[in-house]
Structures are given as C-alpha cells and as structure tokens.
Design a protein around this ligand. Structure first.
Ligand SMILES: Nc1nc2c(ncn2[C@@H]2O[C@H](COP(=O)(O)OP(=O)(O)OP(=O)(O)O)[C@@H](O)[C@H]2O)c(=O)[nH]1
Ligand SMILES: [Mg+2]
Length: 306
C-alpha cells in the first residue's frame, strides 16, 4: 500500500498561513512569553496580564467564563452577543489559532473552551496545546483538567496534551520553575514549526486529512554527528508523551529543520517514520533554521485516541 504523505508549502505561490497565538490563564501567559511572534494574553487574573509582555492583553471575568461554560451547542451561533465583539474580531483574517494553556484551574480550562468555540464559529482552525497537572497537585485538579480536555477536544480541530507528570523524565530533581520553563519551550515548538511551514492552501487538506476533534501528543528530536538522522527520529519517537503503540497511529505531522535542509536526509527521516507508523497519514514540512548549526531537529505530533 502506498504511504500517504502530504507536504506542506508545496505550492511556492501560496502565502504562509495567517496564524494567531493566544496564551490563556496563568500557564498560558507564561508559555507565550518570549514567543517569536505577536501574541494575545487572556486571563481572569490581572496579575497574569501585568506580568505578560504580550502585544495584546484581555482580562475576562471569571463570571463571564463560568457563564458560558455549560452552555448548549446553540451558544456557538450566539457567541458574539454573549462574549462581545472584541474576542471574535481577533480571529478575523486568521486561518489557524494556536491556544496555549494549562488545564485544571478556571482561566485556562474555560478560556480555552470559549476561544475554541469562537474559532469554530469564525471558521478558524483551532489548535489547543494544553499542559495537564502533575498528579501531586491534587486529584480534583486532574479531574477538572481531564473534563476540560474532553470538552475542548470536542470543539477544537486539534488538541495536543502535554502531561506534566511526564516531565520527571526530563531529569530528576529539577525545580518546578525550571521544569515549567523547559515545558513552555517544548510546547511552543510545534507552533513555531507549523507557522513556518504551513501555507494557506495547506489548511483545507490538513483539516480534511486529520478530521475534527483530533487528539495528539508531541515528541521532539535533536541530532548531530554521523548518525544524526537515526538519532533525531529515535529521540522524537521515544518521547515520554508517546505512551501508546505508535504502530496504530492514524495520522502524524512531522516538521524537519536544519541550517540547510537536505532532501536526502528529509526523505530518510520520513521513511523511518513510516517504518514506525506504517498506517499513518503523514503531513510533513521542512524549513531552514540557521540557529541549529550542525544539528537537525524533528517535531512530531502523533494523533491518537484521547
Ligand atoms: N507548562 C506550564 N504549565 C503550568 C505553568 N504554571 C502552571 N502550569 C500547569 O497548568 C495547570 C493550570 O494552572 P494555571 O494556569 O495556574 O491555572 P489558570 O488557568 O490560571 O486558572 P485560575 O488561576 O484558576 O484562573 C496547573 O495545574 C499546572 O500543572 C507554566 O508556567 N507552564
Ligand atoms: Mg491562574
């Protein structure tokens, strides 16, 4: 059976996708700090916004968030009359919205749900990247996060979960603030990579190919030296977040970068990925990142069951 490979930015005339980045709640505002493109910080806490350097900041009252949180699906078409025009207008001229948050509290959980609904009404592809709480935080917080994740998933195009519990595998005894710092950088990676490779023409095919309400996890690989291709793929596919059999994966998105992307290397990476995920539709892109010097990088989103 031929493999299903779709390359982003195949058409040189197609303009790059118009993407918007949102940081929602305390974690979301932290994650977008230092992002290489303009972002909107949204929270019910004025302190989150005061700390943030985002280009635009929106304070949304908890009552407003709670008010729409259990609304029936009809809420979708009435959204502007409920949330006002400020938030929906932010999705104008935007094909893809990246929404970053931590789940388990109020702002991130309800805010990501509200923004996903707005994205859907506006016809924008909504991609939510959400950190879920450490087991040690509290069982209740994990439960709130799990419920929020399923609700957000049902209304977004793609929802990527970064379970904080897996952070311990990044190294034992690292302080929490440093662990969050590392995670925040990792969570921004697929956003930067997709924004660099996807064009406007890619969006409809991508949406159709992965379907709606798709759940995914993320793996990151970096490699240098003689066996850098083997290494980069190995590191990405052994991500701590891939705790399910990759062999059954139905779809994956792979973005390769190096200082000077080389077709032969890219094709070897793709063949290796197809070996690991033989039945996955593989969306892929490649771009040049001079800061990598002699290293190559692979960002891998694998779609699976939530
Ligand atoms: N990646 C990442 N995760 C974080 C960070 N801070 C907190 N978290 C995680 O995100 C979850 C949600 O926490 P917050 O973002 O503080 O909650 P919130 O959305 O601001 O909710 P309220 O404060 O109740 O309005 C927490 O349980 C943590 O596991 C951070 O800086 N980065
Ligand atoms: Mg908060």
């Amino acid at each position: 059976m031929p493999n299903y490979r779709v390359r982003f930015s195949q058409s040189p005339d197609s303009p790059i996708v118009r993407a918007k980045l949102f940081g929602i709640g305390s974690a979301g505002c932290n994650i977008i700090e230092g992002a290489p493109f303009p972002a909107v910080a949204i929270s019910s806490s004025a302190a989150d916004l005061a700390r943030s350097h985002a280009e635009r900041k929106v304070l949304v009252g908890q009552d407003r968030l709670i008010g729409i949180s259990d609304a029936d699906p009809d809420i979708m078409i009435r959204l502007p009359s409920i949330v006002g025009h400020e938030l929906p207008d932010m999705f104008n001229n935007t094909e893809v919205a990246f929404m970053m948050c931590g789940l388990g509290g109020t702002s991130g959980s309800l805010g990501a749900k509200m923004l996903s609904s707005i994205a859907r009404v506006k016809g924008t592809t909504g991609i939510v990247l959400a950190a879920t709480p450490f087991s040690a935080e509290s069982i209740r917080r994990r439960e709130v996060a799990s419920r929020a994740l399923h609700e957000i998933l049902s209304i977004s195009s793609l929802c990527v979960e970064f379970d904080n519990d897996k952070l311990s595998s990044l190294g034992s005894n690292i302080p929490l603030s440093r662990a969050f710092g590392l995670l925040n950088g990792i969570m921004m990676r697929p956003v930067i990579d997709l924004s660099a490779t996807m064009t406007r023409d890619d969006v409809p095919g991508f949406r159709q190919g992965i379907g709606d309400s798709t759940y995914a996890r993320f793996g990151l690989g970096l490699g240098r030296g003689d066996e850098r291709v083997e290494r980069v793929v190995h590191e990405a596919v052994t991500s701590p977040w891939f705790d399910f059999p990759l062999i059954n994966a139905a779809a994956a998105i792979a973005i390769f970068s190096s200082a000077d992307p080389w077709d032969k290397e890219i094709s070897e990476v793709l063949s290796r990925l197809e070996g690991v995920m033989p039945s996955a539709k593989l969306f892929w892109g490649a771009y040049s990142d001079a800061s990598l010097a002699d290293r190559i990088r692979l960002s891998l989103l694998v779609c699976t069951k939530a």
